[in-house]
Design a protein around this ligand. Structure first.
Ligand code: NAP
Length: 332
């Protein structure tokens, strides 16, 4: 396993997807690294557009790329927008990886996800269980596209010697999350529902699914810190899991979020909603062997995330651009 030191200082760094939850956290963390930033919003550069991506890379020539742009969403979004999740994510990965290589990018990090492991792979999930069994059907298109991206990064390393690496983050939460009522991930969905119930005085909050699936949650600023660590120290074809190594049930998480938000009513479960994989916990042995561990506890992270949610609500209310509901609900 490689442990080369890659110098970030003085480099021109393209954070693709800088306005997303992960991209924004990377920007916050990279602000401490004396780098020059390159960013492009989707309206300036649609990463699905191959010729636009080629032209942009030829003009800007970034030294380093964090490929954190993707079509991302929760279980409903993945399951219903199946064609878009496959098409967009394949195009983004293929266009950016090829353009980075063609323009002599020194290092690229591709973002996979824990949800692309086989549905019944042994837990905790090790990096080598990728492609060892059938995928979870609800997010199969997303997983196929993400696996293709990981394999592209690996193939470019093997065939061309490109220093491209891949990471596998677990479920993330924190500032900049997507709070769409149908399309959000579970954590953001819970924050929003408990907050709205508290404000409206509702006596009951419905949590999707049975509450029994177990999940691992990582605060997004911890993820960004792990990514910078790996960008500097890791150079090998195998992806690296990024997580806390601990999981809890959705029912337990709901209780914790309700307590942090201050909701004192009842919690019930809508078992007509899909559960997804029964358990999803990453083995973080490779990452800890590389010298990194998460530092934000789930209790602290929930507090921080709820504070960020309220701040985002306030900003949007004051900006008067859109009504609150639409503003925090734009599907991505
Ligand atoms: N969130 C999680 O729990 C999680 C877990 C594991 C892995 N990941 C991975 O981490 C990465 C970032 O996820 P995230 O949660 O930060 O997602 P996000 O908040 O939805 O951000 C995605 C970013 O990608 C941009 N984007 C999407 N399509 C684009 C396109 N066609 N052209 C240009 N930009 C485009 C979005 O731009 P707009 O702002 O214009 O929409 C947004 O800035 C993804 O690869 C995801 O698979 C996330």
């Amino acid at each position: 396993m490689g442990s080369a030191i890659f110098e970030l200082k003085g480099k021109t760094v393209f954070v693709a997807g800088h306005r997303g939850m992960v991209g924004a956290a990377l920007m916050r963390r990279l602000a401490h690294e004396q780098v020059d930033f390159l960013t492009a919003s989707r309206s300036q550069l649609d990463l699905r557009d191959q010729s636009a991506v080629n032209a942009w890379f030829a003009a800007k020539r970034p030294h380093v790329v964090f490929l954190a742009a993707a079509k991302v969403g929760g279980i409903v979004a993945n399951n219903t927008l199946r064609a878009e999740f496959l098409r967009d994510n394949l195009a983004i990965a293929s266009n950016v990886i090829q353009a980075a290589y063609a323009n002599r990018c020194e290092k690229l990090m591709f973002f996979g996800s824990s949800c692309i492991y086989s549905r019944l792979a042994p837990q905790p999930l090790q990096e080598n269980s990728l492609l060892t069994g059938p995928l979870e059907l609800t997010n199969e298109p997303y997983a196929i596209a993400k696996i293709a991206g990981i394999k592209m990064a690996e193939a470019y390393r093997v065939q061309y010697g490109a220093d491209f690496i891949s990471v596998m983050p677990t479920n993330l939460y924190g500032p900049g999350d997507n709070y769409h009522p149908e399309y959000s991930h579970v954590f953001a969905g819970l924050i929003r529902r408990f907050h709205e119930a508290k404000i409206s005085g509702a006596s009951n909050v419905v949590v999707w699914g049975t509450g029994t699936p177990r999940r691992e949650f990582l605060y997004v600023d911890d993820l960004a810190d792990a990514c910078i660590h790996l960008m500097k120290t890791y150079s090998s074809p195998e992806p690296v899991n990024i997580g806390t190594g601990e999981d809890i049930s959705i029912a337990e998480l709901a209780l914790m979020v309700a307590a942090a938000v201050g909701f004192r009513g009842e919690i019930s479960f809508d078992t007509s909603r899909p559960d997804g994989m029964p358990r999803k916990l990453l083995d973080v042995g490779r990452l800890s062997g590389l010298g990194w561990r998460a530092t934000t506890s789930l209790e602290d992270g929930i507090e921080l995330a709820y504070r960020a949610f309220r701040a985002e609500n306030d900003r949007r209310r004051q900006s008067d651009l859109l009504d609150l509901d639409r503003a925090i609900c734009l599907p991505k």
